[in-house]
Design a protein around this ligand. Structure first.
Ligand SMILES: [Zn+2]
Length: 317
């Protein structure tokens, strides 16, 4: 069955919910992906999840040994044990939830409340990826702070994020971003000089966007398909220029993360399936904490609300 593994994951997720807490769990139908699964849910009590080899991730495993999704789940047990140790090491109260397998097909980006299509042939602007998976995406911008502990934390926890790098900030140490790329973090385009693109004409915008494509290719060996304009500001020329050098989607954001708080653009102040979270490569010069403090805050929020971090590239681009 085409989406068999994803349906199975939904069963697994429902099992997790039932095993961990009686509060705030969706019905199997909801977990299978109806519109109701998009509704905000109360925090899930996850302290039990901090125990190595937690049985909650494997409900009905013995009865479904042949199910490919559960075989994938068995693979995850080892990872979760390691995750539990890493979570303790990094000062987390709970083990982050594991994202479902990547979708077989990337979602269609139709215009809607959280997707803007200026024109059908231009890259879509996306604040929330259309998905019913209980996943959100962490995106880290600019490149001023190059915090090796943050990279190590995310690597040891096995958690994905995406970088959007501006050349003038990255240039002091592109090796940091090369390492991230080798770690499996996709390094995307955030322009050469981080200017407000609305103030530039088409040719100048093209130099900012396509110039950064060239710089990333030269420095890291990647030519990304995702681009984010500085300050989230753009014109139609921005999208035309981006398309001209290979950009296929423009992720924006619904939340911004700091070491001490999450700022929500939605009035309900909750995460929703597919939400994109913005944060920055910043440190104590700009923030009240470090990048690892920021990551702890994000992971606490994401896990409490019953979400997993997923890989943006699996869904977009
Ligand atoms: Zn920026």
């Amino acid at each position: 069955m085409q989406f068999g593994s994803r349906a199975s994951w939904a069963r697994l997720a429902t099992g997790v919910c039932l095993a961990l807490t009686a509060v705030g769990c969706g019905s199997p139908a909801e977990s299978g992906g109806t519109a109701a699964s998009r509704a905000p849910q109360p925090p899930v009590a996850l302290q039990a999840a901090a125990l190595p080899g937690r049985p909650a991730m494997l409900p009905g495993r013995a009865a479904e040994q042949e199910d490919s999704a559960l075989r994938a789940g068995a693979d995850r047990v080892l990872t979760e044990r390691q995750q539990a140790e890493s979570a303790r090491d990094w000062g987390l109260d709970s083990v982050p939830l594991t994202a479902p397998p990547a979708p077989a097909r990337k979602p269609v980006l139709s215009a809607g409340a959280h997707v803007t299509r200026v024109a059908d042939d231009l890259p879509a602007l996306v604040r929330r990826v259309p998905t019913e998976d209980r996943v959100v995406f962490l995106t880290v911008d600019d490149g001023k702070e190059k915090d090796l502990r943050f990279n190590r934390m995310m690597r040891e926890l096995g958690l994905p994020f995406s970088a959007f790098v501006s050349g003038y900030l990255a240039r002091s140490d592109y090796g940091y971003f090369r390492d991230l790329n080798e770690q499996g973090v996709r390094v995307n385009n955030h322009t050469v000089n981080h200017k407000d693109l609305r103030r530039l004409d088409y040719t100048q915008q093209r130099a900012e966007i396509c110039g950064q494509q060239d710089e990333l290719e030269r420095e890291i060996g990647v030519r990304p398909v995702l681009f984010r304009p500085p300050y989230g500001e753009y014109t139609t020329d921005t999208l035309r220029a981006a398309r001209s050098c290979g950009i296929t989607a423009v992720p924006m954001w619904n939340e911004e993360a700091f070491p001490d708080r999450m700022e929500y653009r939605q009035l309900d102040r909750r995460l929703h399936p597919g939400d994109i979270i913005l944060t920055h490569f910043r440190g104590t010069e700009d923030w009240s904490g470090s990048m690892t403090d920021m990551a702890r805050q994000v992971l606490r929020t994401v896990t409490e609300q019953g979400f997993a971090l997923a890989r943006l590239d699996d869904y977009l681009g």
